[in-house]
Design a protein around this ligand. Structure first.
Ligand SMILES: [Zn+2]
Ligand SMILES: [Zn+2]
Length: 180
């Protein structure tokens, strides 16, 4: 596993290559406590903090670069427009960076609170991605590719959302609205 100093160098390299150096300065560190997310970005700190799960990347070092890139897109986009989601702008940049899914595949890392998790169903055939709150109970096929009901030729791959983003402290809803 790279050291935190090596991660910072990787960040600089990716920033030059994919972002023309426009990603704001980020502090990158491992968080040993994460067991149900691969990465986290906290926008409320200066600099922005990107944390990566030590536990996860010890077992899946090959996924580190992609996860770091994913979090860097968040930092880059937030800096430009204040956007924190995975919308059209995020997906466009993601494609430029060669990433194929908005969600990270965490392999066999178990979530500690499964009820709070969300799931993704992805069609490998047409790249459709559907968000689900619960695990599907039955086999499902892609509604776009399957012409007549369930079709095992177009199965949906099950992914788990493994990223958390901290947006800052909670504020009363009224105060939040008046800021806009
Ligand atoms: Zn994300
Ligand atoms: Zn499909």
């Amino acid at each position: 596993m790279p050291t935190e100093t090596e991660l910072q160098l990787l960040f600089a390299e990716l920033n030059n290559f994919y972002f023309n150096g426009e990603t704001p300065v980020c502090r990158i560190r491992y968080n040993a406590r994460f067991s149900n997310s691969a990465g986290r970005i906290t926008y409320s700190t200066r600099p922005v903090l990107i944390e990566l799960s030590a536990k996860h990347f010890r077992d899946h070092p090959e996924a580190l670069r992609e996860t770091l890139l994913h979090e860097m897109i968040h930092a880059w986009l937030y800096n430009r427009t204040g956007d924190t989601g995975h919308g059209a702008d995020f997906r466009k940049k993601m494609a430029e960076c060669g990433l194929t899914s908005i969600y990270h595949d965490l392999g066999n890392v178990k979530p500690f609170n499964e009820s709070a998790k969300r799931y993704i169903l992805r069609c490998e055939h047409c790249a459709l991605e559907i968000l689900r709150r619960r695990l599907p109970r039955a086999a499902m096929s892609c509604g776009r590719c399957s012409k007549q009901g369930y079709d095992p030729r177009f199965p949906l791959t099950l992914l788990e959302v493994t990223e958390t983003r901290e947006l800052g402290v909670t504020v009363p809803r009224a105060a939040f609205k008046s800021q806009r």
